[in-house]
Design a protein. Structure first.
Length: 243
C-alpha cells in the first residue's frame, strides 16, 4: 500500500500524543496514513512490550490509520547505525509516503532525538539508486525519497512553525491516547503497583489538552497541533492565504 502520510515515533504512543488529531483528520479527508514505531517500548516503567503492542493496535483502530508497523530497535538504546538507517529506508521504499512526520532534533528522551537523526539520514540515502535494499518478499526495492519531512512537537516546548486545526478530531486523539491505559491515567482500565511516571499522573492529559487549546487559540480554533519545518514551505500564490 502506498501511503500519503507516514508518522514515525520512537515508542508506541509517541505519535498519538503529538499528532493523533492530525492523523485522524487526514484519514477523514481520504488520505492513506501509516504509523511506524521504532521500538516496542519494552523498557518502559509501566506495562510490558506485549501490552503496549495491544494498546498500539487499539489506538490504530481508533484513529482509523491504515498501516502500523513495529520495528526492532531497542528501547532506550536506539542508535544511529547502518542497520537502523536501512530499516527506515526499507520503510520508505515499501510505503513510498509523500509526507513523513517525525520527532524534532531536541527532545526530553534521547530515543526521540536519535530517531530524528536516523530519519534524516534515511531520507537522503533512500533516494540513492546504487544503495540496494530488499522487501520482505525478497524483491529488490526501487529508490524513493519522500516529498517532505516535517517534525511534530513532543515534550519540550518549541515555537511551532505552523499549526493544524484538530478541533473536529481532538476527541479521537484523546480516545487514542487513553488506549494506552498502562501509560496514561486511566484508572478504570489499568491499575498496578508500578512506579508513577510523568505520563501516568492524573494531570498529564490535562496538560495535553491545555497545549492543544493554547495552540488552537493562536489560529482562532479550539484545538490545534504544532509542527516544525525542515525546509521552507512555499505557496504557489497568495490566494492560499485568502481562503
Amino acid at each position: 500500500m502506498q501511503l500519503d502520510v507516514l508518522a514515525i515515533g520512537a515508542h508506541p504512543d509517541d505519535v498519538e500524543l503529538a499528532v493523533g488529531g492530525t492523523l485522524a483528520k487526514a484519514v477523514r479527508e481520504g488520505y492513506k496514513v501509516g504509523i511506524a514505531d521504532c521500538s516496542r517500548g519494552e523498557l518502559g516503567t509501566r506495562g510490558s512490550a506485549e501490552l503496549r503492542l495491544q494498546e498500539a493496535r487499539a489506538a490504530q483502530n481508533i484513529l482509523g490509520v491504515h498501516v502500523r508497523q513495529t520495528l526492532a530497535m531497542p528501547d532506550a538504546a536506539i542508535s544511529l547505525t547502518e542497520d537502523t538507517v536501512l530499516e527506515i529506508i526499507r520503510l520508505f521504499r515499501t510505503y513510498r509516503p509523500r509526507l513523513v512526520l517525525f520527532p524534532p532534533p531536541f527532545e526530553r528522551h534521547p530515543d526521540h532525538e536519535t530517531v530524528h537523526r536516523i530519519v534524516r539520514t534515511a531520507y537522503f540515502k533512500s533516494g540513492i539508486a546504487k544503495l540496494r535494499t530488499f522487501g520482505s518478499d525478497g524483491t529488490e526495492q526501487t529508490p524513493f525519497r519522500p516529498s517532505r519531512l516535517v517534525c511534530y512537537i513532543q515534550a519540550y516546548h518549541h515555537e511551532p512553525d505552523f499549526l493544524v486545526d484538530i478541533t473536529d478530531t481532538f476527541d479521537v486523539k484523546m480516545e487514542a491516547i487513553r488506549a494506552y491505559a498502562s501509560q496514561v491515567y486511566v484508572p478504570e482500565r489499568y491499575q498496578s503497583n508500578e512506579p508513577e511516571t510523568v505520563l501516568s499522573r492524573p494531570d498529564f492529559l490535562e496538560a495535553i489538552t491545555a497545549r492543544a487549546r493554547y495552540w488552537g487559540s493562536l489560529i482562532g480554533t479550539t484545538y490545534a497541533e504544532g509542527f516544525l519545518t525542515i525546509e521552507p514551505l512555499g505557496l504557489a500564490s497568495l490566494s492560499k492565504l485568502l481562503l
